[in-house]
Design a protein around this ligand. Structure first.
Ligand SMILES: Cc1cc2nc3c(=O)[nH]c(=O)nc-3n(C[C@H](O)[C@H](O)[C@H](O)COP(=O)(O)OP(=O)(O)OC[C@H]3O[C@@H](n4cnc5c(N)ncnc54)[C@H](O)[C@@H]3O)c2cc1C
Length: 322
Protein backbone atom coordinates (compact mmCIF):
# COMPACT_ATOMS: atom_id res chain seq x y z
CA UNK A 1 0.00 0.00 0.00
CA UNK A 2 1.05 3.60 -0.56
CA UNK A 3 0.92 5.39 2.77
CA UNK A 4 1.49 9.12 3.06
CA UNK A 5 2.18 10.58 6.51
CA UNK A 6 1.73 14.33 6.99
CA UNK A 7 3.94 15.70 9.78
CA UNK A 8 7.29 14.32 10.88
CA UNK A 9 7.14 15.11 14.59
CA UNK A 10 7.07 12.39 17.22
CA UNK A 11 3.90 10.65 15.98
CA UNK A 12 4.53 10.88 12.23
CA UNK A 13 8.12 9.62 12.37
CA UNK A 14 7.16 6.77 14.71
CA UNK A 15 4.20 5.53 12.69
CA UNK A 16 6.18 5.80 9.42
CA UNK A 17 8.98 3.63 10.77
CA UNK A 18 6.53 1.03 12.08
CA UNK A 19 4.66 0.75 8.76
CA UNK A 20 7.53 0.81 6.27
CA UNK A 21 8.34 -2.91 6.47
CA UNK A 22 5.26 -3.89 4.43
CA UNK A 23 4.32 -0.61 2.71
CA UNK A 24 5.67 2.30 0.67
CA UNK A 25 5.71 5.13 3.16
CA UNK A 26 6.24 8.80 2.32
CA UNK A 27 6.74 11.14 5.28
CA UNK A 28 6.20 14.85 4.63
CA UNK A 29 7.56 17.37 7.13
CA UNK A 30 7.20 21.10 6.56
CA UNK A 31 10.24 22.41 8.44
CA UNK A 32 13.11 21.65 10.79
CA UNK A 33 11.86 23.23 13.97
CA UNK A 34 12.21 23.20 17.70
CA UNK A 35 8.72 22.35 18.96
CA UNK A 36 7.90 24.27 22.16
CA UNK A 37 8.02 21.48 24.72
CA UNK A 38 9.38 20.60 28.17
CA UNK A 39 10.82 17.44 26.60
CA UNK A 40 10.05 15.33 29.66
CA UNK A 41 9.19 11.71 28.89
CA UNK A 42 9.30 8.19 30.32
CA UNK A 43 12.85 6.80 30.06
CA UNK A 44 11.48 3.43 28.97
CA UNK A 45 10.39 4.71 25.52
CA UNK A 46 14.04 4.34 24.49
CA UNK A 47 13.92 0.56 25.04
CA UNK A 48 10.34 0.12 23.91
CA UNK A 49 10.94 1.90 20.59
CA UNK A 50 14.53 0.80 20.13
CA UNK A 51 15.92 4.36 20.17
CA UNK A 52 19.48 5.55 20.64
CA UNK A 53 19.94 6.56 24.33
CA UNK A 54 22.35 9.29 23.14
CA UNK A 55 19.23 11.46 22.75
CA UNK A 56 18.46 11.33 26.47
CA UNK A 57 19.83 14.68 27.62
CA UNK A 58 18.98 14.36 31.32
CA UNK A 59 17.98 11.34 33.39
CA UNK A 60 15.94 12.26 36.43
CA UNK A 61 15.18 10.32 39.58
CA UNK A 62 12.98 12.85 41.41
CA UNK A 63 10.70 15.81 40.89
CA UNK A 64 9.48 18.47 43.29
CA UNK A 65 5.80 19.37 43.72
CA UNK A 66 5.03 22.74 45.30
CA UNK A 67 1.69 23.77 46.70
CA UNK A 68 0.95 26.57 49.17
CA UNK A 69 3.75 26.53 51.73
CA UNK A 70 4.67 22.87 51.27
CA UNK A 71 7.01 21.08 48.99
CA UNK A 72 7.02 17.35 48.21
CA UNK A 73 10.02 15.57 46.80
CA UNK A 74 8.61 12.78 44.65
CA UNK A 75 11.00 9.86 44.32
CA UNK A 76 10.69 8.45 40.78
CA UNK A 77 11.91 4.99 41.91
CA UNK A 78 14.96 5.16 39.64
CA UNK A 79 15.91 7.31 36.65
CA UNK A 80 12.51 6.81 35.11
CA UNK A 81 12.04 10.30 33.66
CA UNK A 82 14.19 11.68 30.84
CA UNK A 83 14.54 14.97 29.03
CA UNK A 84 14.93 15.14 25.26
CA UNK A 85 15.74 18.23 23.20
CA UNK A 86 12.92 18.36 20.69
CA UNK A 87 14.90 19.88 17.83
CA UNK A 88 17.47 17.09 17.76
CA UNK A 89 15.09 14.34 18.95
CA UNK A 90 12.50 14.99 16.22
CA UNK A 91 15.21 15.16 13.58
CA UNK A 92 16.73 11.92 14.86
CA UNK A 93 13.30 10.19 14.68
CA UNK A 94 12.83 11.35 11.09
CA UNK A 95 16.33 10.26 10.03
CA UNK A 96 15.84 6.95 11.83
CA UNK A 97 12.59 6.38 9.89
CA UNK A 98 14.47 7.23 6.67
CA UNK A 99 17.19 4.69 7.49
CA UNK A 100 14.43 2.07 7.78
CA UNK A 101 13.24 2.87 4.24
CA UNK A 102 10.78 5.74 4.68
CA UNK A 103 10.82 8.31 1.85
CA UNK A 104 11.32 11.62 3.70
CA UNK A 105 10.34 14.89 2.02
CA UNK A 106 10.66 18.43 3.39
CA UNK A 107 7.60 20.26 2.08
CA UNK A 108 4.23 21.51 3.33
CA UNK A 109 0.96 19.74 2.58
CA UNK A 110 -1.61 22.33 1.50
CA UNK A 111 -4.42 20.31 -0.05
CA UNK A 112 -5.91 16.85 -0.53
CA UNK A 113 -7.89 15.85 -3.62
CA UNK A 114 -8.98 12.45 -4.97
CA UNK A 115 -6.64 10.45 -2.71
CA UNK A 116 -3.67 12.67 -3.53
CA UNK A 117 -1.87 15.20 -1.35
CA UNK A 118 -0.73 18.46 -2.90
CA UNK A 119 2.25 20.29 -1.45
CA UNK A 120 3.47 23.87 -1.44
CA UNK A 121 6.26 22.94 -3.89
CA UNK A 122 3.57 21.51 -6.17
CA UNK A 123 4.29 17.85 -5.60
CA UNK A 124 1.24 15.59 -6.09
CA UNK A 125 1.53 12.35 -4.14
CA UNK A 126 -1.11 9.59 -4.37
CA UNK A 127 -2.05 7.49 -1.37
CA UNK A 128 -4.14 4.47 -0.38
CA UNK A 129 -3.94 5.57 3.25
CA UNK A 130 -3.23 9.03 4.61
CA UNK A 131 -2.01 9.51 8.18
CA UNK A 132 -2.33 13.01 9.62
CA UNK A 133 0.32 13.51 12.30
CA UNK A 134 0.40 17.25 11.73
CA UNK A 135 -0.05 18.48 15.27
CA UNK A 136 -2.61 20.47 17.18
CA UNK A 137 -3.37 22.88 14.28
CA UNK A 138 -3.83 19.92 11.86
CA UNK A 139 -4.09 21.17 8.27
CA UNK A 140 -5.60 17.82 7.27
CA UNK A 141 -8.45 18.21 9.78
CA UNK A 142 -9.21 21.63 8.26
CA UNK A 143 -9.04 20.39 4.66
CA UNK A 144 -11.51 17.55 5.27
CA UNK A 145 -13.78 19.76 7.43
CA UNK A 146 -13.43 18.01 10.76
CA UNK A 147 -13.89 20.08 13.92
CA UNK A 148 -10.69 21.55 15.40
CA UNK A 149 -8.97 19.78 18.28
CA UNK A 150 -10.07 21.25 21.65
CA UNK A 151 -7.01 23.01 23.01
CA UNK A 152 -5.61 25.32 25.66
CA UNK A 153 -3.09 28.12 25.22
CA UNK A 154 0.10 27.72 27.24
CA UNK A 155 2.95 30.20 27.52
CA UNK A 156 6.47 28.97 27.42
CA UNK A 157 10.02 30.34 27.72
CA UNK A 158 13.66 29.28 28.02
CA UNK A 159 15.74 30.95 30.69
CA UNK A 160 19.43 30.91 31.53
CA UNK A 161 19.31 29.17 34.86
CA UNK A 162 20.30 25.69 35.96
CA UNK A 163 18.06 23.45 38.02
CA UNK A 164 18.67 19.85 39.04
CA UNK A 165 15.13 18.45 38.85
CA UNK A 166 11.74 19.40 37.39
CA UNK A 167 9.56 21.59 39.59
CA UNK A 168 5.75 21.61 39.45
CA UNK A 169 3.74 24.45 41.01
CA UNK A 170 0.10 23.68 41.81
CA UNK A 171 -0.98 27.05 43.26
CA UNK A 172 -3.71 28.50 41.05
CA UNK A 173 -2.02 31.92 41.03
CA UNK A 174 0.98 30.33 39.24
CA UNK A 175 -0.53 27.48 37.23
CA UNK A 176 -4.19 28.48 36.87
CA UNK A 177 -6.46 25.40 36.46
CA UNK A 178 -3.46 23.10 35.90
CA UNK A 179 0.14 23.66 37.01
CA UNK A 180 3.22 25.71 36.20
CA UNK A 181 6.50 23.93 35.54
CA UNK A 182 10.27 24.29 35.29
CA UNK A 183 12.26 21.60 33.46
CA UNK A 184 16.08 21.30 33.41
CA UNK A 185 17.63 21.53 29.93
CA UNK A 186 21.42 21.38 30.34
CA UNK A 187 22.47 24.89 31.32
CA UNK A 188 19.01 26.27 30.60
CA UNK A 189 15.58 25.85 32.14
CA UNK A 190 12.34 25.60 30.19
CA UNK A 191 9.32 27.05 31.96
CA UNK A 192 5.62 27.08 31.20
CA UNK A 193 2.13 27.73 32.48
CA UNK A 194 -1.39 28.41 31.21
CA UNK A 195 -1.56 31.78 29.40
CA UNK A 196 -3.51 33.55 32.17
CA UNK A 197 -1.08 32.72 34.99
CA UNK A 198 2.25 32.99 33.16
CA UNK A 199 2.88 36.62 34.12
CA UNK A 200 2.41 35.76 37.81
CA UNK A 201 4.73 32.82 37.37
CA UNK A 202 7.41 35.06 35.81
CA UNK A 203 7.04 37.49 38.71
CA UNK A 204 7.36 34.62 41.18
CA UNK A 205 10.56 33.45 39.46
CA UNK A 206 11.74 37.05 39.27
CA UNK A 207 12.39 37.00 35.55
CA UNK A 208 11.46 39.26 32.70
CA UNK A 209 11.26 37.46 29.40
CA UNK A 210 9.01 37.56 26.33
CA UNK A 211 6.14 35.03 26.35
CA UNK A 212 5.81 32.53 23.55
CA UNK A 213 2.40 30.95 23.22
CA UNK A 214 1.61 27.47 21.99
CA UNK A 215 -1.51 25.32 22.11
CA UNK A 216 -1.76 21.93 23.73
CA UNK A 217 -4.66 19.52 23.03
CA UNK A 218 -7.38 18.96 25.61
CA UNK A 219 -8.36 15.34 25.03
CA UNK A 220 -12.06 14.41 24.75
CA UNK A 221 -13.45 10.88 24.25
CA UNK A 222 -15.41 11.82 21.11
CA UNK A 223 -12.63 13.29 18.92
CA UNK A 224 -12.75 11.81 15.40
CA UNK A 225 -9.51 9.89 14.80
CA UNK A 226 -10.43 8.24 11.50
CA UNK A 227 -12.46 9.26 8.48
CA UNK A 228 -12.49 6.67 5.68
CA UNK A 229 -8.85 6.11 4.66
CA UNK A 230 -7.57 9.11 6.64
CA UNK A 231 -6.25 8.49 10.16
CA UNK A 232 -5.17 10.96 12.86
CA UNK A 233 -2.49 10.34 15.48
CA UNK A 234 -0.73 12.30 18.24
CA UNK A 235 -1.72 15.94 18.82
CA UNK A 236 -3.82 15.97 15.61
CA UNK A 237 -5.99 13.33 17.33
CA UNK A 238 -5.89 15.10 20.72
CA UNK A 239 -3.99 12.16 22.26
CA UNK A 240 -2.40 14.08 25.14
CA UNK A 241 -2.97 12.83 28.69
CA UNK A 242 -5.39 15.10 30.60
CA UNK A 243 -3.96 16.94 33.61
CA UNK A 244 -0.34 15.81 33.15
CA UNK A 245 -0.31 17.07 29.51
CA UNK A 246 2.13 14.35 28.62
CA UNK A 247 2.11 14.02 24.83
CA UNK A 248 5.41 12.46 23.70
CA UNK A 249 4.79 8.98 25.09
CA UNK A 250 1.15 8.94 23.99
CA UNK A 251 2.02 10.11 20.47
CA UNK A 252 4.43 7.16 20.22
CA UNK A 253 2.09 4.59 21.76
CA UNK A 254 -0.86 5.78 19.68
CA UNK A 255 1.36 5.43 16.58
CA UNK A 256 2.05 1.85 17.59
CA UNK A 257 -1.68 1.14 17.96
CA UNK A 258 -2.41 2.80 14.61
CA UNK A 259 0.32 0.84 12.77
CA UNK A 260 -0.92 -2.41 14.33
CA UNK A 261 -4.54 -1.61 13.40
CA UNK A 262 -3.60 -0.88 9.77
CA UNK A 263 -1.42 -4.00 9.46
CA UNK A 264 -4.09 -6.25 11.00
CA UNK A 265 -7.13 -4.56 9.49
CA UNK A 266 -8.53 -3.66 12.92
CA UNK A 267 -10.68 -0.76 14.03
CA UNK A 268 -8.17 1.89 15.19
CA UNK A 269 -10.55 3.70 17.55
CA UNK A 270 -11.61 0.44 19.20
CA UNK A 271 -7.97 -0.62 19.65
CA UNK A 272 -7.03 2.79 21.07
CA UNK A 273 -9.98 2.79 23.46
CA UNK A 274 -9.13 -0.74 24.61
CA UNK A 275 -5.64 0.41 25.58
CA UNK A 276 -6.11 3.97 26.84
CA UNK A 277 -9.75 5.03 27.31
CA UNK A 278 -9.96 4.16 31.03
CA UNK A 279 -6.66 5.88 31.85
CA UNK A 280 -7.59 9.01 29.95
CA UNK A 281 -11.07 9.12 31.51
CA UNK A 282 -9.59 8.74 34.99
CA UNK A 283 -7.14 11.60 34.41
CA UNK A 284 -9.94 13.74 32.93
CA UNK A 285 -11.90 13.12 36.12
CA UNK A 286 -8.91 14.24 38.23
CA UNK A 287 -8.41 17.26 35.95
CA UNK A 288 -12.03 18.32 36.59
CA UNK A 289 -11.67 17.87 40.34
CA UNK A 290 -8.52 19.97 40.40
CA UNK A 291 -10.65 22.99 39.38
CA UNK A 292 -12.37 22.83 42.76
CA UNK A 293 -10.28 24.36 45.58
CA UNK A 294 -11.44 21.90 48.21
CA UNK A 295 -10.68 18.89 46.00
CA UNK A 296 -7.37 20.39 44.86
CA UNK A 297 -6.37 20.70 48.54
CA UNK A 298 -7.44 17.12 49.16
CA UNK A 299 -5.58 15.73 46.14
CA UNK A 300 -2.42 17.68 47.01
CA UNK A 301 -2.72 16.65 50.65
CA UNK A 302 -3.03 12.97 49.64
CA UNK A 303 0.36 13.31 47.90
CA UNK A 304 1.99 13.62 51.30
CA UNK A 305 1.34 9.89 51.72
CA UNK A 306 4.29 7.74 50.66
CA UNK A 307 1.85 5.05 49.49
CA UNK A 308 0.07 7.48 47.12
CA UNK A 309 3.44 8.76 45.90
CA UNK A 310 4.70 5.27 45.10
CA UNK A 311 1.47 4.21 43.44
CA UNK A 312 1.32 7.36 41.29
CA UNK A 313 4.91 6.98 40.12
CA UNK A 314 4.29 3.32 39.25
CA UNK A 315 1.19 4.19 37.22
CA UNK A 316 2.82 7.21 35.57
CA UNK A 317 6.29 5.96 34.75
CA UNK A 318 6.59 2.25 35.35
CA UNK A 319 3.42 0.33 34.52
CA UNK A 320 0.72 2.17 32.66
CA UNK A 321 -2.47 0.14 33.21
CA UNK A 322 -4.77 1.23 36.03
C1 LIG B 1 4.63 24.28 25.94
C2 LIG B 1 4.50 22.79 25.79
C3 LIG B 1 5.23 21.93 26.64
C4 LIG B 1 5.09 20.54 26.51
N1 LIG B 1 5.84 19.74 27.32
C5 LIG B 1 5.73 18.39 27.20
C6 LIG B 1 6.55 17.53 27.98
O1 LIG B 1 7.40 17.96 28.76
N2 LIG B 1 6.38 16.19 27.83
C7 LIG B 1 5.48 15.65 26.97
O2 LIG B 1 5.36 14.41 26.91
N3 LIG B 1 4.72 16.45 26.18
C8 LIG B 1 4.83 17.79 26.27
N4 LIG B 1 4.08 18.59 25.44
C9 LIG B 1 3.20 17.96 24.44
C10 LIG B 1 4.02 17.45 23.24
O3 LIG B 1 4.88 18.46 22.79
C11 LIG B 1 3.10 17.00 22.09
O4 LIG B 1 2.04 16.23 22.60
C12 LIG B 1 3.88 16.20 21.04
O5 LIG B 1 4.81 17.03 20.42
C13 LIG B 1 2.93 15.60 19.99
O6 LIG B 1 3.66 15.10 18.90
P1 LIG B 1 3.03 15.09 17.43
O7 LIG B 1 4.01 14.41 16.57
O8 LIG B 1 1.64 14.56 17.49
O9 LIG B 1 2.86 16.62 17.04
P2 LIG B 1 3.99 17.71 16.78
O10 LIG B 1 5.14 17.50 17.66
O11 LIG B 1 3.30 19.04 16.83
O12 LIG B 1 4.45 17.40 15.28
C14 LIG B 1 3.66 17.73 14.16
C15 LIG B 1 4.62 18.02 13.02
O13 LIG B 1 3.87 18.20 11.81
C16 LIG B 1 4.48 19.24 11.07
N5 LIG B 1 3.42 19.79 10.20
C17 LIG B 1 2.33 20.49 10.59
N6 LIG B 1 1.57 20.80 9.52
C18 LIG B 1 2.19 20.28 8.44
C19 LIG B 1 1.89 20.28 7.04
N7 LIG B 1 0.79 20.88 6.55
N8 LIG B 1 2.75 19.65 6.19
C20 LIG B 1 3.86 19.04 6.67
N9 LIG B 1 4.20 19.03 7.98
C21 LIG B 1 3.37 19.63 8.86
C22 LIG B 1 4.99 20.22 12.13
O14 LIG B 1 6.08 21.00 11.67
C23 LIG B 1 5.42 19.30 13.25
O15 LIG B 1 6.79 18.99 13.23
C24 LIG B 1 4.20 19.98 25.54
C25 LIG B 1 3.49 20.84 24.69
C26 LIG B 1 3.63 22.22 24.81
C27 LIG B 1 2.86 23.11 23.87
Amino acid sequence: MNIVVVGGGIAGSTVSKLLVKHNNVTLIQDKKWDKPCGGGTKTRIFKEFNLDPFYIKEKLSSIEMKYKQSSINLDLLGENLSIVFRKEFDEYLRENAKEHGVHLIYDKVINIKNNKVITKKNQIIPFDILIAADGVYSTVRKIINLPEIPKVLTYYARINKQIKKPLFYFDKSLGSDFYAWEFPHHNQTHIGSKFNSFNNFKKYLNINIKNKGYYIPMWQPNITIQKDNIYFVGDSAGQVMPLSFEGIYFAMMSSKILAYSIEHNLNYKKEWDKRFLNQFKFMKFLEKNMQNNFLRNLIMFSFKSKIIQKLSVKIWLIKTKI
